[in-house]
Design a protein around this ligand. Structure first.
Ligand SMILES: Nc1ncnc2c1ncn2[C@@H]1O[C@H](COP(=O)(O)OP(=O)(O)OP(=O)(O)O)[C@@H](O)[C@H]1O
Ligand SMILES: [Mg+2]
Length: 238
């Protein structure tokens, strides 16, 4: 189990990963502490591959992932989830045939705190979900579905939350709300966030540090306020 007393630290050391002989991540080194860490990059840069690798859904070809000082490179995803690495995939991330409540309950199977207490917190964060609690997740709108996916991951009481383009395809109102919630999750719950984003402007508004991925390599890792427009453009050039 994750130890709430220890500071968050997710470390990637020389990680290489990909699919069937295609190397997508070509040796990445970075550490995520108690912060919002944005991963920016063009379509195909490797953002989803990176988050799925950190969630241990894609095996490493080389390198290591450490969490709270322990090597988690070889652990299965349910183990890393139990240790405090939450993951919200780019695609919906919900069980379509289960209701909203059932989806949240599945997330709550991990962790020591009462499920009801955590459920109440999720509804506090996303009040819109309350009215939909008995609806099948597969029938929710895109925005509602993202909230359930995020709520389900939060039900696991994560120390770090991997969010893969949480606002892709959402209307501007939802986008703003979601970014506010991300800040809130970090600031009031002490959850570190790794945020993969296409929307560089929005991401840079909430992020503490940023990594620009370009063709599977880290183009820049720096404070969000130090990233220049030129560096951003250069990183997005493929
Ligand atoms: N299952 C797969 N099998 C083979 N190649 C894949 C697979 N999934 C992704 N890729 C390739 O890996 C590269 C990185 O894809 P990835 O999805 O990580 O990019 P991304 O930065 O998340 O892009 P986007 O912004 O479009 O979501 C791409 O060239 C993609 O075609
Ligand atoms: Mg992606």
């Amino acid at each position: 189990m994750s130890d709430p007393a220890r500071p968050v630290a997710l470390e990637a050391e020389g990680i290489r990963a990909g699919y069937d002989g295609v190397t997508v991540l070509k040796g990445l080194d970075f550490t995520v502490g108690d912060e919002i860490f944005a991963v920016l990059g063009a379509n195909g840069a490797g953002k989803t591959t990176l988050l799925a690798t950190l969630a241990r859904l894609i095996p490493l070809m080389a390198g290591a992932i450490r969490f709270q000082g322990e090597d988690v490179s070889m652990l299965p995803p349910y183990e890393t989830a139990a240790r405090g690495i939450g993951y919200v995939p780019q695609e919906k991330g919900t069980f379509a045939d289960l209701t909203v409540l059932e989806n949240l309950s599945v997330g709550g199977m991990i962790g020591a705190r009462s499920r009801d207490e955590r459920m109440a917190e999720v509804f506090e964060l996303f009040p819109a979900l309350r009215a939909h609690q008995h609806q099948l997740a597969g029938t929710l709108s895109g925005g509602e579905s993202r909230m359930v996916a995020c709520g389900r991951a939060l039900m696991q009481d994560p120390r770090v939350l991997l969010l893969d383009e949480p606002t892709a395809g959402l209307s501007p109102l939802y986008v703003d709300m979601f970014f506010e919630r991300i800040r809130e999750i970090h600031e009031t719950r002490g959850v570190a966030i790794v945020l993969a984003e296409q929307n560089a402007t929005k991401a840079l508004q909430v992020a503490d540090r940023v990594m620009v991925l370009s063709l599977g390599q880290a183009f820049a890792v720096k404070d969000a306020t130090d990233l220049t427009t030129e560096q951003l453009k250069e990183g997005y050039r493929i």
